[in-house]
Design a binder for this molecule. Structure first.
Ligand SMILES: Cc1ncc(COP(=O)(O)O)c(C=O)c1O
Length: 369
């Protein structure tokens, strides 16, 4: 068997007719920039999230940048982010001139350690950016309480968790902004880059609507500064087809995670492998199924020899790398994040996976040990 980490080809085969038709409509109408497909997606994604406002943008990194910029953040301001995240969370903050202040992860959830947030807050802190990493929703009750106590904005990084909920409410709707990525491999993926922001007020929505288009409200009039970060119409056409399947796909991902977990429990009991919490299908939409193993490279090699592709999210924390040295952190700054980075391994998860593929992967892992 050959099993990739994510298989985007089978999903396209299943949706080909609908997707091709929608893309052809964009081409035929020549409405390539901010046309009816973008408007339709913004409307239906807002409905899906039960959010009042959604604005399509080019990707989630821009969404984060625009969110902090629209909230007036800049040089001398600080934003709390988790140390265990994809580099883009930090980039979004740094694009405004503000400084990301990192907080270690909770070893059980892999998410920002809720107990360590308050000690990272200074007089310069303006916002908290929780990241719903791997598809798991952060505890938004605790984060909202901290934000309220210290008068901080909340900008959620929902790049990996579109559709997840904290209790009854979709993540991305708890703060001033929620930032979504539609990078192809995401739970809701476009056929190129794409992103969206949910906004909590009409004023903020209007501001980012203008800022994503050079700061324009009327053609060639710029009441504020902005960038070029529009959601592409062809990407919106793809997303309009896929959005209606998102909840069912997310549930499939959770079911796959549950199966993995049941099958791999004996390895965990022997202390060979650490499994993620399965939580419940609303709270965790399993963008990634992340386990921890010792001698990871050997395990990856064995899986690869048997046709199974594994991933690592992420092998070297971004703050320890040359490009982000200006943040001022060195090895040992966040022990939980660093220790996990040496052992984590992501197994394939995508909604179209079959039971026999899961059985093959878990069987191969057992053989590996
Ligand atoms: C946690 C997180 N934040 C932000 C991003 C950035 O998303 P995009 O690629 O759409 O800019 C990603 C993308 O991988 C991500 O995983």
């Amino acid at each position: 068997m050959n099993i990739p980490l994510v298989d985007l080809k089978i999903q396209y085969q299943k949706l080909k007719k609908e997707i091709d038709k929608n893309i052809a409509e964009v081409c035929a109408s020549a409405s390539f920039i901010l046309g009816p497909q973008v408007e339709e997606f913004e409307r239906s994604f807002a409905e899906f999230l039960e959010a009042d406002y959604v604005v399509g943008v080019a990707n989630a990194t821009d969404a984060l940048h625009l969110a902090f910029a629209a909230l007036g953040l800049g040089v001398n301001d600080e934003v709390i982010i988790p140390a265990n995240t994809f580099v883009a969370t930090a980039v979004g903050v740094m694009e405004t001139g503000a400084r990301p202040v990192l907080v270690d992860m909770d070893p059980e959830t892999y998410l920002i350690d809720l107990k360590k947030i308050e000690s990272a807050i200074t007089s310069r802190t303006k916002a908290i950016c929780p990241v719903h990493l791997y598809g798991r929703a952060c505890n938004m009750d605790v984060i909202a309480k901290i934000a309220q106590k210290h008068s901080l904005f909340i900008v959620e990084d929902v790049a990996q968790a579109a559709g997840a909920r904290w209790k009854k409410k979709r993540v991305g709707t708890f703060g001033q902004f929620g930032c979504f990525s539609f990078y192809p491999g995401k739970n809701l993926g476009a056929y190129g880059d794409g992103g969206a922001m949910s906004a909590s007020s009409e004023k903020l929505a209007k501001k980012i609507r203008s800022m994503r288009n050079f700061g324009s409200e009327k053609k060639y009039e710029y009441p504020q500064r902005g960038i070029n970060s529009r959601l592409d119409s062809i990407q919106a056409a793809v997303l309009n087809v896929k959005l209606k399947y998102l909840d069912q796909w997310n549930l499939k991902r959770w079911e796959i995670a549950k199966k993995y977990s049941q099958e791999l429990k004996p390895l965990e009991k022997k202390g060979i492998l650490k499994l993620p919490d399965i939580v419940n299908p609303e709270t965790h939409v399993f963008h990634l199924f992340v386990v921890q193993v010792d001698r990871r490279s050997k395990v990856i090699e064995f899986l690869s020899k048997n046709g199974i592709q594994a991933g690592i999210h992420y092998p070297i924390p971004f703050y320890l790398q040359k490009g982000y040295a200006q943040l001022g952190y060195s090895k040992g700054a966040f022990p939980e994040t660093e220790s996990a980075s040496e052992k984590i391994l992501s197994l394939p998860v995508y909604p179209e996976m079959t039971s026999s593929q899961i059985a093959y992967i878990t069987g191969t892992l057992k053989k590996a040990f």
